[in-house]
Design a protein. Structure first.
Ligand SMILES: [Zn+2]
Length: 307
């Protein structure tokens, strides 16, 4: 009998002290709310202690150029839809009708868009999940896709290549990005956790850089960046950031966690590579070098002119 009682007592004690299964970001931890911060996410799900976790820091000089990483084909990305945007207690998330697809880009098959959400810092400060050569951008967009044949994410996550996430960084700009107005305006209506609202028409195309600016990207295999941390994600990180004004970036910090505290710092710290290789698309960095070459040639031609 005693042998039975002890584990039960221990289990309930552990649950009361750590809030097992309840995960949070570092910014949410207080003495009154001792939730599982990122270094304890393995208490919420064992997979979070895996060897192929996301996000990572990309060291650009170690990224291997891969000619198979050709430009993406975006299909129905320009399709306008009326979306529902929700404060889910960890982020803002928008469900996307399963009609927009991506292929090419070195992906093994066609993937369809399911949802997108964002990760951000405090009042426009550093907040991206992935970092490039140690630089953390103010915000990061994740457009989550699953293999075309699947009907739900849970099934897709049981396939080691079932999910493809497109990651985009944001940069501070001096003027507001008008294409983001529907989303920024909707934030004011979903400050409370579990609040949702529908917003006026948007398309995925309007949220990301133009297609010709999406040929430079990084690729690696990783995981979801929130528990369950499932290692089933083909990651793409685009080099070209999306511009937003400081005011627009700050608007995300108006959202609230379930306890009413500001929803800020919604990013997981970078995880060890554990020997994984990061690849870069064939055209990554070439644009810059060909521009330099053109400038050098123009200068040379200028010098050789008689006057
Ligand atoms: Zn994410």
């Amino acid at each position: 009998m005693q042998q039975l009682i002890l584990p039960v007592l221990l289990t309930s004690f552990w649950t009361a002290c750590t809030g097992a299964g309840d995960w949070c970001y570092q910014t949410q931890f207080t003495c009154d709310h001792q939730c599982n911060t990122p270094e304890k996410w393995n208490h919420a799900n064992n997979a979070c202690a895996g060897k192929s976790q996301s996000p990572i820091n990309v060291v650009t000089r170690k990224a291997l150029k891969d000619e198979r990483l050709t430009p993406f084909q975006f299909t129905n990305y320009q399709q306008i839809f009326k979306g529902t945007i929700k404060n889910n207690g960890h982020s803002v998330q928008v469900g996307v009708p399963h009609v927009s697809t991506i292929s090419g880009g070195g992906l093994p098959t066609t993937y369809k868009a399911v949802q997108f959400h964002l990760h951000w810092g405090t009042n426009g400060g550093p907040g991206s999940e992935h970092t490039i050569d140690g630089e953390q951008y103010p915000m990061e967009l994740h457009i989550v896709h699953m293999k075309q044949d699947y009907t739900d994410l849970t099934t897709a996550l049981s396939d080691p290549e079932g999910v493809a996430v497109l990651g985009f960084f944001y940069e501070r700009s001096n003027s507001g990005n008008r294409k983001y107005e529907p989303i920024i305006n909707a934030l004011q209506k979903i400050k409370a956790t579990n609040a949702n609202t529908s917003f006026s028409e948007v398309s995925l195309t309007q949220l990301i850089p133009s297609e010709q600016n999406l040929t430079s990207f990084y690729r690696y295999k990783g995981s979801l960046t929130t528990p369950g941390c499932t290692e089933a994600v083909i990651w793409t990180l685009f080099e070209n950031p999306i511009p937003l004004s400081m005011e627009q970036l700050k608007a995300f910090s108006d959202l609230k966690f379930h306890d009413g505290k500001p929803m800020v710092g919604t990013f997981r710290p970078v995880q060890p590579l554990n020997g994984r290789q990061v690849f870069r698309s064939g055209s990554a960095l070439i644009l810059a070098s060909s521009a330099l070459l053109a400038a050098a040639m123009a200068a040379a031609l200028g010098l050789s002119q008689p006057n």
